[in-house]
Write a protein that binds this ligand. Sequence first.
Ligand SMILES: *Cc1c(COP(=O)(O)O)cnc(C)c1O
Ligand SMILES: [Zn+2]
Length: 450
Amino acid sequence: MANIEKPAIQKCINPDCAAEYSCGQGMFKCPQCSDLLDVIYDWDKAPLPDKMADFGKRWATRNNPLDFSGVWRFRELLDFCPDRHKVTIGEGQTILEQNCAIAQHIGLEPDKLFLEYEGCNPSGSFKDNGMTAAFSHAMMVGAKDSACASTGNTSASVALYAHACGMKCVVFIGEGRIAFGKLSQAMDYGAQTIQIAGDFDDCMRQVKDVCTELNLYLLNSLNPFRLEGQKTIMYRIIEGMGWNVPDWIVVPGGNLGNSSAFGKAFGELKSLGLIDKIPRMAIINATGADTLTDLVNNKGLKWNNGNVDHALIENYYKKLDVENFSPHTCASAIEISRPVNLKKCLRAIDITNGVVLAVTDEEILDAKALIGKFGLGCEPASAATIAGLIHLLEKGTVQKDQTVACVLTGHPLKDPDATVNYHKQSQGKYSNPPLQAPNDMDALIKLIRG
Ligand SMILES: *Cc1c(COP(=O)(O)O)cnc(C)c1O
Ligand SMILES: [Zn+2]
């Protein structure tokens, strides 16, 4: 096995199985019980810094591509891969913006709101944090071809990294379910793009079988190495806050890879003594794709030390099948009704004393316009964070003097249709439709003066 060099193994999250495997093999589920896998470290053998702030020293040596990367700068905390296999294209150069205007608008004290713009990544979404790690693993195990199912951003990111690795890639997307900015990227970056007559959940089922059949390396967030890369989003938030931890992290929930990774990140940092407090996490669904919210808030589903009530989940999914349910939301990145990381997300909720809730498409689009008007903008799914935060403040779950970091997962240009439609239709709170004018200066001046 290729992995004796590093203090990491893959381990099944099911406590009744707990099987362990080398990191030298590419698998997307436990071969024994089919449950999810974790990457687990022997921290005693990992050369860790004394404090988080030590990672900041790497800004001085950023001519080294691994120190420049906003992921690999923190490499001791995801130490599964020798440097020679690592793949980086400059991911993680993100902005943590303290946004007083939006804070005041939604009833937080002005200096308490931080927006983490993951849209600044090379492919325009946070997915690059995960792909740099997963493709590094793919290189480490000698994979030749890669594949993913995608609501859009995964395909854009996979296509970009596959290209950087000289690997082929095939992406499955649900017909008519993808925002145009994302589809355009997959094609432009040279992915073999297959539109399946179905939704994301159908694509996910197909890609797993196809990967097994054709021995393709799978890059969905089932892939535990992807989640290792996504942990660094939290490290950068801590860094952006002067190496302090916020009271709350707010994140949209789709396949629940991010929320799972964030929970793992904080659990590890706390147990290593690198932070003294774990923030609470709020995971926000869209009401049209609210499996997590329904299961946790209404059906009482819990992590329960890993002894998750599988029958409850199975019956829930059976009911979705019987009803022929397909999720629907304008936030296409979170239009998922069978989140693959559900169990890990339950663990993350447990670690962070987390909460979940769902917001309507209308609330998402208004929040998106608010972020555009007073911030740097984002795609619809990302705006679920601010929409959710508004509810949490109203309910008193989040208090106005608490610090909150919202993860804005994708770039505003990912889904220009959503933006144009919102403004043109003039239905939203912040709609700003273009005005019609004749080709005449006097008329124009009159119009501009109002
Ligand atoms: C993938 C994606 C999500 C969902 O993230 P999960 O980790 O699957 O919950 C949210 N927003 C954007 C922009 C995405 O691309
Ligand atoms: Zn197992």
